[in-house]
Design a binder for this molecule. Structure first.
Ligand SMILES: NC(=O)c1ccc[n+]([C@@H]2O[C@H](COP(=O)([O-])OP(=O)(O)OC[C@H]3O[C@@H](n4cnc5c(N)ncnc54)[C@H](OP(=O)(O)O)[C@@H]3O)[C@@H](O)[C@H]2O)c1
Length: 247
């Protein structure tokens, strides 16, 4: 139980559903106030806020809408969160666009969208967070794909590779006041519209032979929160997928 986190505030992008929602629930159970960012999932964000408020009535939960493809909306986010929640101690860059396309299939708008949401927005949020907080922690969600050069999700993979490079650069510039680390999930949740069999089939080719689900991500997040000497590091939550495929 992380008592020291009581009354601290986390801001999570893309928190209305899936991994972001799970993290919001997990942090709230440890005493955190949570700023829930969403773009299109307004109903889910509202429902999550209500669920959190009824489970943890003494903590603060607020929702913030922004399209991370729009620089003006991104620029307004951290000031809005600070105004409503007074402070932010933890920024989690979780929101992401995951669109399939190799180099030849990636037109300029496609490339811009992927880079804007997955790299430019985290860059701006990290910068704006660092301008406002005296002490804090940033966790960026990348992907185990950053270790390979497969081009089936070319723009997505490149945006996540860039976010990992940014994680290290930011850790160096912003320490010791702000620690910056990354988590690289592997087979966690199937993309929306696909069943669990999709992940189990892919898992046949990785060392651990099964999808990881959400637990390894929460364990890694807790480790980052607890280890106050950890910065500029990447924790793979991928059952060994980063080592290569078994066949
Ligand atoms: N799921 C996996 O197995 C897996 C594997 C490897 C890496 N990851 C990484 O782990 C993180 C969480 O994964 P996930 O599967 O939970 O993510 P996800 O469901 O694909 O996306 C999370 C949220 O990102 C938000 N988002 C997308 N475009 C946006 C935009 N233009 N503006 C603002 N928000 C936008 C969406 O919010 P709204 O719904 O409100 O629009 C969405 O709910 C991501 O960074 C992902 O790359 C996940």
């Amino acid at each position: 139980m992380l008592i020291s986190n009581r009354s601290k505030t986390a801001f999570i992008t893309g928190a209305a559903k899936r991994v972001g929602k799970t993290i919001a629930l997990h942090l709230a159970a440890q005493g955190w106030n949570v700023g829930i960012h969403y773009n299109s999932s307004a109903t889910e964000a509202q429902l999550l806020r209500e669920e959190l408020k009824s489970s943890f009535p003494l903590q603060q939960f607020e929702i913030f809408k922004a399209n991370l493809n729009n620089a003006n909306e991104v620029e307004n986010l951290i000031p809005q969160v600070v105004q409503v929640m007074q402070n932010i101690d933890l920024l989690i860059n979780n929101a992401s666009l995951f669109d399939r396309g190799n180099l030849l299939q990636t037109d300029t708008n496609f490339l811009d969208r992927q880079m804007n949401v997955n790299f430019r927005a985290p860059f701006m949020l990290i910068r704006d967070f660092a301008h406002r907080v005296k002490k804090g922690l940033i966790v960026n969600f990348v992907d185990t794909r950053i270790v390979n050069n497969k081009s089936n999700f070319a723009a997505y993979s490149l945006s996540k590779k860039a976010l990992w490079e940014l994680t290290k650069m930011a850790a160096l510039e912003l320490g010791p006041a702000i620690r910056v680390n990354a988590i690289a999930p592997g087979l966690t949740l199937a993309p929306e519209g696909k069943g669990d069999d999709y992940l189990w089939k892919l898992a046949d080719n990785i060392a651990m032979k099964r999808p990881g689900g959400l637990h390894p991500i929460l364990k890694s997040l807790d480790y980052i929160l607890d280890n106050e000497y950890l910065t500029g590091q990447l924790l793979f939550c991928d059952g060994g997928e980063n080592l290569g495929l078994t066949n």
